[in-house]
Design a protein around this ligand. Structure first.
Ligand code: OAD
Length: 237
């Protein structure tokens, strides 16, 4: 590997899965599959209307069966092998990075294909629907299972590992995220503070665009392979 960078953190958002056919969050008038975020992605929403919230995530989980990883996901699998350290942090709850084969993956907003018991906190795999009368395999309580998704107002996952990787990185690349949701939106600032090169790869300038030292705009399946290819051939900044 001829790149001058050794320790890489890549952050991805909904834009990397757009070309696989999954809709992003904010490209549709701020609606998410026609639901307001507050109606489906908060603990309060789940308390108020668990059936609606479970149905919403059941539909999103079912939709995963109809999509495949795209070239952008695949390029990150290859990139992981080419640096001394490589951490892929994703805000996405789909399984496309995992299915493509990424290993050092931190899904900070949770995973659609996992469920969690709100009583005993046991996390288990789930391929089908979570029903309101589902039984937890660990504590055997009924109706205590929820999607293993970080909702608004809840603490993202893997923050210690993510912070450690950011503090040590010399290259930070953000792909397909609008940069609107914290703490992920603040990662570029941390990477800048430790002197890393910071790059935004997105269809359009995101909210944090001015923070990045380099930005390249276009579809992820084009700009991501081109960027890592340039790095390999030593022609990038
Ligand atoms: P957004 O929907 O906010 O942003 C997606 C970004 O991807 C936009 O800036 C688009 O311009 C860009 N985009 C669309 N198609 C693209 C393509 N083919 N190639 C490259 N970029 C493309 O999604 P996120 O930034 O991921 O949180 O949203 C962050 C978080 O907000 C989500 O994880 C979710 C949501 O509420 C939780 O659920 C906790």
């Amino acid at each position: 590997m001829s790149s001058k960078y050794n320790k890489v953190v890549v952050l991805t958002g909904a834009g990397i899965s757009a070309e696989s056919g999954l809709s992003t969050f904010r490209d549709n008038n701020g609606l998410w599959d026609n639901h307001r975020v507050e109606d489906v992605a908060t603990p309060e929403a789940f308390d108020r209307d668990p059936e609606l919230v479970q149905r919403f995530y059941n539909m999103r989980r079912a939709a995963l069966k109809t999509v495949e990883p795209n070239l952008a996901h695949q390029v990150l699998v290859q990139a992981e092998k080419e640096f001394d350290a490589f951490i892929l942090v994703t805000q996405n709850v789909d399984d496309l990075h995992a299915r493509a084969g990424s290993q050092n993956l931190l899904p900070m907003h949770g995973e659609l294909l996992k469920q969690r018991c709100v009583q005993c906190h046991q996390i288990t795999a789930i391929m089908g629907d979570i029903t309101l009368d589902a039984v937890c395999v660990q504590c055997e309580r009924v109706g205590t299972l929820r999607p293993h998704i970080v909702w608004f107002g809840e603490m993202p996952l893997y923050m210690d590992a993510i912070m450690a990787a950011l503090m040590a990185c010399d290259l930070f690349v953000s792909v397909g995220t609008s940069g609107t949701v914290y703490p992920a939106a603040g990662f570029v600032e941390i990477a800048n503070q430790v002197g890393a090169h910071t790059v935004e790869l997105n269809l359009e300038p995101g909210d944090q665009n001015s923070q990045f030292k380099q930005s390249i705009h276009g579809p992820a399946s084009e700009v991501l392979p081109a960027f890592f290819n340039q790095l390999n051939h030593g022609t990038a900044q």
